[in-house]
Write a protein that binds this ligand. Structure first.
Ligand SMILES: NC(=O)c1ccc[n+]([C@@H]2O[C@H](COP(=O)([O-])OP(=O)(O)OC[C@H]3O[C@@H](n4cnc5c(N)ncnc54)[C@H](O)[C@@H]3O)[C@@H](O)[C@H]2O)c1
Length: 286
């Protein structure tokens, strides 16, 4: 494997992105400011991988590669030392990402690819304050990366085509299907389409046309989707949907963009979905 992969941020996404890289045979380094959380997430990945081997989704070679190829490093500086391809997956905050990339662009040589897994922040925005803008790219995985077979790639005009090719190659080596966008857009394809589906489901519920369980059932049976829009909301977190709508409202000032009252009430009560044990549905907490 020609690339040496570095992953920054070892939360639910970064830990599994690093796992995929290691399983594909890449020498992989990962850094997170919270080492305990990182180690916990990597243990979780390993357990997950063992289960997926039992289900014949992966094999023993993947587990061997996982164990041999991942190294935890204790600083951003150490991570930057000899990596050729860096994927950032820290918290979705522009200020944090800007600081990390401005640091990386000074520490790494210009042929190192700097990719972000951000769901909504474009590579062009992240590259502000940086040098050598031709190496920035969005490489957007889906949760959980060990299971979800898609990576969306998007990039600004300034990005070198060789960087796009290298990113596609890394994604393919990880065994993922790749969709490369022709232009940058917030939310890429999947989250833009999902937002439209969820918005319309919320409208139907708000207008009293059907119960949310029936809207989910209709979408699952009528469109053959594995999850309904209210179930998806619970899995991704109701706070995410609430703050995404609030951001749009703050920009447009259009009252129709304000989050629905039922959503706001749930977020205020801390009913955020699977992660808190209750959203639209109830869940057993671990
Ligand atoms: N969760 C999803 O479904 C999903 C899907 C696709 C993309 N994403 C994107 O992936 C990124 C990470 O999301 P997540 O769900 O893994 O979040 P998470 O909260 O699980 O993990 C974020 C990690 O970043 C670490 N971190 C924060 N600041 C840091 C810093 N300065 N240096 C090093 N580490 C730092 C935290 O300690 C934490 O472990 C976000 O940009 C998000 O938009 C998330």
């Amino acid at each position: 494997m020609n690339e040496k992969i570095g992953v920054i941020g070892g939360g639910q996404m970064g830990s599994q992105i690093a796992s995929l890289a290691a399983m594909a045979g890449y020498d992989t380094h990962i850094y997170d400011q919270d080492l305990d959380n990182l180690n916990q997430k990597l243990n979780f990945s390993e357990e997950n991988l063992k289960n997926l081997i039992l289900k014949k989704i992966y094999n023993e070679d993947h587990l061997k590669n996982f164990k041999n190829n991942i190294n935890v490093v204790n600083s951003l500086e150490n991570l930057s030392k000899d990596r050729t391809f860096i994927i950032e997956a820290v918290v979705e905050r522009l200020d944090v990402k800007l600081e990390i990339f401005s640091y990386l662009s000074k520490l790494t040589s210009r042929d190192v690819v700097l990719a972000t897994n951000s769901s909504f922040i474009a590579a062009s925005e992240i590259a502000k304050n940086c040098t050598f803008l031709d190496r920035f790219i969005n490489m957007h995985f889906f949760y959980p990366p060990l299971r979800m077979d898609l990576i969306e790639i998007s990039y600004p005009e300034s990005t070198n085509k060789e960087v796009v090719l290298r990113t596609q190659n890394v994604g393919k080596a990880m065994g993922r299907s790749i969709v490369t966008l022709k232009k940058e857009t917030p939310g890429f394809i999947v989250n833009r389409m999902l937002a439209a589906l969820v918005d319309e489901a919320y409208n139907l519920y708000d207008e009293g046309i059907a119960e949310f369980e029936d809207i989910d059932l209709a979408i699952k049976k009528g469109l053959n989707h594995p999850l309904g829009p209210f179930e998806i909301s619970d899995y991704s977190g109701l706070d995410i949907h609430y703050y995404a709508k609030l951001k749009i409202f703050n920009e447009t000032k259009n009252p129709e963009d304000y989050p629905k009252k039922f959503l706001e009430d749930k977020v205020k009560k801390g009913e955020l979905g699977v992660k808190t044990g209750k959203g639209f549905y109830k869940y057993k907490k671990d």
